[in-house]
Design a protein around this ligand. Structure first.
Ligand code: P6P
Length: 359
């Protein structure tokens, strides 16, 4: 114990005993991620003082402007995972394809990391909370070079998932499938310290997070759910409160603590939803389910989706169990579940000679 608190490192080692066959690789991998998080935190916190804000004039495969901090964070996590030696492939929002970690120490690495290095990075220029989201799988293949098949695994196969929120304080929240624990960075000792043991999401909440600017393009079931949230009804403490900061990690972290629902449904610009399955929806879904909440596409459990593409997007309804179930009820009643996936927007745009998507 450092100054009466339990550090992340101590906690990880302690919890390693929960996994009798663990040889410490996952523990080391989690510590590698925490090291990179501290380095990214340092740059995010002083972003206004050094020339690391703004765009770098390139776009990622999502067609999104890459911010200097996006690229910096991506480099730091890949560097930490490379030197740590426990990871054989990194799938990151910032790279078109999977990154094979080829270093002498990674030859027998058995873990895959899917990561959004800096989610919500458009907020860094305006000092709003941003985050890192990570998901860890064991490789399925037992010999030779790991491949995309080792990455495209259902969310239920995750061995760990977590996020770091760079906000008024910096927190790392993660699960290995046995509950959710939150650690707050104490800059005076440079350690993440256990501050939120056994996090539980309130079954009912009174906050809803969605970009209502897309209202006209929402599925009918979402429109009906929003109207339900806005009806005056003292018995159910409605109207609920709308809270949306444009940072998935920030919105979901608040809702995890206070109760609430975050929805990013299909829209005209994002016909399959905007959020990515592998490194945003699956890790957040595992964390929220482990905390007693729920995560679905409005119809199907996020963690049961069989991934088909690296940067696959899905609609997401995630948060307090009762709120997600109410939204799902509205979707069942008012929205026909599309069976054949919409033609990808990028394909449509490419047909019109527009490359790189819109958002
Ligand atoms: P919109 C950030 O780009 C992000 O991926 C999430 O963090 C955030 O919740 C969402 O997109 C915001 O998207 O379309 O509302 O600006």
């Amino acid at each position: 114990m450092v100054c009466g608190v339990k550090t992340l490192g101590q906690f990880i080692i302690e919890k390693q005993a929960d996994f009798p066959y663990a040889k410490g690789e996952l523990s080391r991998l989690l510590r590698d991620i925490a090291i990179a998080a501290k380095i990214v935190n340092r740059e995010v916190n002083k972003a206004g003082l050094v020339d690391i804000l703004g765009d770098i004039g390139t776009t990622n495969i999502q067609g999104e402007e890459q911010k200097k901090l996006d690229v910096y964070a991506n480099e730091q996590f890949i560097a930490a995972l490379t030197s740590g030696g426990e990871c054989c492939i990194v799938a990151t929002e910032e790279e078109d394809d999977i990154i094979h970690i080829e270093s002498p120490v990674s030859q027998n690495a058995k873990y895959i990391v899917c990561i959004d290095p800096l989610d919500g990075s458009s907020n860094t220029d305006v000092n709003v909370a941003v985050g890192t989201i990570f998901s860890i799988y064991r490789r399925k293949s037992t010999a030779g070079k790991a491949s995309i098949e080792d990455v495209l695994q259902k969310g239920t196969a995750q061995v760990a998932a977590g996020y770091i929120i760079y906000g008024s304080s910096t927190m790392l929240v993660y699960t290995t499938g046995k509950g959710v624990n939150g650690f707050t960075l104490d800059p005076s000792i440079g350690e993440f310290c256990l501050s939120h043991p056994e996090m539980k999401m309130p079954e009912t909440g009174y906050l809803y997070s969605i970009n209502e600017g897309n209202y006209v393009h929402f599925p009918e079931g979402v429109k009906k759910y929003l109207k339900y949230c806005q009806v005056e009804d003292d018995a159910t403490r409605r109207p609920y409160t709308s809270r949306y900061i444009g940072s998935m990690v920030g919105d979901i972290h608040r809702n995890l603590i206070k109760g609430g629902i975050y929805i990013y449904p299909t829209t005209s610009r994002s016909p399959n939803g905007k959020l990515r399955l592998l490194y945003e929806c699956n890790p957040m879904a595992l964390i929220i389910e482990q905390a007693g909440g729920k995560a679905s596409t409005g119809f199907d459990r996020i963690l049961d989706i069989d991934p088909t593409e690296l940067h696959q997007r899905v609609p997401i309804f995630i948060g307090s169990k009762n709120m997600v179930e109410k939204a799902e009820e509205m979707m069942r009643i008012y929205t026909k579940k599309s069976t054949a996936p919409e033609e990808k927007l990028e394909t449509k745009l490419a047909g019109m000679g527009i490359v790189g998507g819109l958002d």
